[in-house]
Write a protein that binds this ligand. Sequence first.
Ligand code: FES
Ligand SMILES: [Fe+2]
Length: 475
Amino acid sequence: MEALRASSSLQLSMISTRLPTTPTENLMFNLSFSSIPNSSFSSLRRTTAKSKLFSTVSSSTISTEPIDPPQPELEILTQEEKFDWFSQWYPVMPVCDLDKRIPHAKKVMGLDIVVWWDRNESAWKVFDDTCPHRLAPLSEGRIDQWGRLQCVYHGWCFNGSGDCKFIPQAPPDGPPVHTFKKACVAVYPSTVQNDIVWFWPNTDPQYKDILLKKKPPYIPELDDPSYTKIMANREIPYGYEVLIENLMDPAHVPYAHFGIMKIPNANNRPKADREGGIPLDINVQTLDIDGFLGKHQYGSSRFIPPCVYFAFPNFKSDQSNGSVSTAGTKKELSSHVAQRRALLVFICIPVSPGKSRLIWTFPRNFAVWIDQIVPRWMFHVRGNLILDSDLYLLHVEERKIMEVGSSNWQKACFVPTKSDANVVAFRKWLRKYSGGQVDWGTKFTGTLPPSPPREQLMDRYWSHCGQLPQLQCGL
Ligand code: FES
Ligand SMILES: [Fe+2]
């Protein structure tokens, strides 16, 4: 959570190239985490969950897998349940990072998809990235003058429903071969929610109207005009599991991001070392197939599988190191500060074994003016600098996990402190509901791609800037 708390400041102040945003920095430094309001995030619960709640252990039993296994206080007894990775909504990209003029190639859950803007229906469409003619990638194609997706190999054209509308090689007076079912492209159900394009990874017609039955997780604050938000995305050269557990792990921030992110010391605790790591009292309170809730001295966080992890900062007016208490009366500040809210939202997308995509955004309802004057690329630069600083560690760590077998994570890792409770809970969720790893269906065996040279791993141009419309990125 400390990672998240510190991350909330990253678009403002956390690196040496500083912006003139000192008042807001002070506010952000005084963030701590509060309980998650029930209304702040909604996801459809699976209606099939057969559950029986029971109270188990004290908070002291949360974090230590080998010695003191993390038992959630409330756990649902559904041992036979399996998480179905292909019956979920997946985020693809933030709308702000998609250019309507061209088709975009993306991979999610091992599926090659093309995302394109259908101006005739005013909707983003997600197709299988395979032309029905001779299987060329449609993402290399164009949007033609009638707004259709045109395959660039032989010019076949498709409308937003995947129907083939034109085969240039077919004689006009011949059979209407373009109307044949085999001339259609497979279409995935898709929607836009919270300014993100989501898709359902199954083209079977029975899922055509899946949106009526099940919706992606919804974050009201992202649609609330009183909040400011900047969204960014990046292709990551390590897998979904390592990505999400890194974001759940506050303890690495003072070390892996030393000099880049400042860690507020709310209790003015004396530093035990130069970097200032401290014991963190994280407790996981519920864990079931729908994820888990984590709480610690700075507040709460929630994992909603498969992709969403978010947390709520809290604002305390009486923090001893806070600049907030240096201006105005404490009473005035209390009521003013109490109205401030911010979220830290991380959306972690399984791309393929050893590859993932992160979408991140930190909506807040204060200091909104900052985002109106600070260019978006500054947010990108700072977020990417943080992602860079532990990228190599995580890439190598993932390979070591694969060597022992991801289902043996609990045996291979020694996690004796409560600072790892969220990570342990995630690995427990993965083991309990998915055999310890992502189920890629028939696509992959789980082996990782070859490790590229370190310089290539750190190449931010292709992982970030290459994914954005022109001129939106500052590297
Ligand atoms: S492969 Fe697409 S038109 Fe031929
Ligand atoms: Fe990190």
